[in-house]
Design a protein around this ligand. Structure first.
Ligand code: NDP
Ligand code: MG
Length: 379
């Protein structure tokens, strides 16, 4: 029986992780659950899965959820609550499914405690990739990717030598606005942006898909997870999201991972690795699909992807700044404060002013993150 802690259990990845747990009750048990503000759902999950510990976003929310929880269940809150659940339980694996760089401390705490990491929260690897991967290596802790593209690459690399890899290609659906011109993007609304053609996901990542920031974050995530140079990481538009990503080896052989878009497949693979188990996902019929389409990525149409590559290559605190500027800009867009194209404008402005710090420690990363958030909020 594998014991799982889910940080962000009330979100899109969190609820699908619990679906996977429910499908294999003889394989998995829930050790602890952390949510943010959706206390109704978290309380339901607490009754259903009987975790030992629960955590919510704030002290006030903790007071509100207390009467809704099974009596005697241990309750925590805030950033310390996430860290407590990440490190101080008997969990074998911690699934990091909170949104944004708020997940950094708890991911590091779980690694220090020797927990396997089911990594959905890509922002932590973008903001502090060198620290997270160095600590994971030092502690001998596997970072098992949940992001579908990285799970695909991870599966394609199984049993291969990294020196035989020529390059990897991350596929991108293009998000909700893939067929619009930049002129048409001037007019789009929050509602339009939240309609992703292939995947049903949390609000922030859905906007990130439309700006192509998500693919930029994934390029940096891939650099850290697989230790590849940025020149070895390619991006290709593939509107159907059937080929989740692929690896080309030095002998020109390409190995790809395919399937219908369903996050429960990569989530389950992270939970069961190196084994596989039955999944409720709809099997893929290529005969039914008939045709797949691909298109070269246009870096002028999607400037945020170009910026992400530049920040990744620069290293230091540049990716931290890129991520923090985006988190603030997306939150402002979702609140209706700025138009869609101002997301990339804010990121650009922040990066123009950013003074890069090389090889930053945790304190330098946090200082950069704080400063960029306040700058981005004022642009
Ligand atoms: P959601 O917005 O759906 O869920 C986010 C979760 O984090 C919720 O449980 C939320 O709680 C919780 N949360 C947010 N802030 C805090 C906080 N300060 N303290 C504690 N909990 C908090 O996001 P997704 O599930 O879509 O994404 C989660 C992560 O997974 C992101 O990093 C995303 O990039 C990544 N990812 C997501 C994919 C997807 O298909 N959704 C695919 C690949 C990666 P509450 O709702 O209760 O407030
Ligand atoms: Mg992805």
């Amino acid at each position: 029986m594998k014991r799982i802690t889910v940080l962000g259990s009330t979100g899109s990845i969190g609820t699908q992780t619990l679906d996977v747990v429910s499908m294999h009750p003889d394989q998995f048990a829930v050790e602890a659950l952390a949510g943010g503000s959706n206390i109704k759902l978290l309380a339901e999950q607490a009754h259903l899965y009987q975790p030992k510990k629960v955590s919510v976003g704030t002290k006030q929310l903790a007071e509100e959820i207390r009467p809704l929880l099974p009596s005697g269940m241990e309750l925590h809150w805030g950033d310390e609550g996430l860290v407590e659940l990440a490190a101080n339980t008997d969990a074998d694996m911690v699934v990091t499914a909170v949104m944004g760089s708020v997940g950094l401390h708890s991911t590091l705490a779980a690694i220090e405690a020797g927990k396997q990491i089911g990594l959905a929260n890509k922002e932590t690897l973008v903001t502090a990739g060198h620290l997270v991967t160095e600590r994971a290596r030092a502690k001998g802790v596997p970072l098992l990717p949940i992001d579908s593209e990285h799970s695909a690459i991870f599966q394609c690399l199984n049993g291969e030598r990294m020196k035989d890899v020529a390059h990897i290609t991350l596929t991108a659906s293009g998000g909700s606005f893939r067929d619009l011109t930049r002129e048409q993007l001037l007019e789009v609304t929050v509602e339009d942006a939240l309609k992703h053609p292939n995947w049903s996901m949390g609000a922030k990542i859905t906007i990130d898909s439309a700006t192509m920031v998500n693919k930029g974050l994934e390029v940096i995530e891939a650099h850290w997870l697989f230790g590849l140079d940025y020149e070895q990481i390619h991006v290709l538009l593939h509107p159907e999201s059937i080929i989740h990503s692929y690896v080309e080896f030095v002998d020109t052989s390409i190995v790809a991972q395919l399937g219908n878009p369903d996050m429960r497949v990569p989530i389950q693979y992270a939970l069961t690795y190196p084994k596989r188990m039955k999944s409720p996902a709809k099997p893929l019929s290529l005969a039914e699909v008939g045709k797949l389409h691909f298109k070269e990525m246009d870096f002028n149409r999607f400037p945020c992807l170009r910026l992400a590559f530049e920040c990744g290559k620069m290293g230091g605190t540049a990716p931290t700044a890129f991520n923090a500027a985006n988190e603030i800009a997306v939150a402002r867009f979702l609140r209706g404060e700025i138009p869609f194209l101002h997301i990339e404008a804010i990121i650009e402005r922040v990066l123009e002013r950013h003074v890069n710090v090389n090889n930053p420690d945790l304190a330098a990363i946090e200082a950069c993150d704080r400063e960029v958030r306040s700058v981005a909020a004022g642009i």
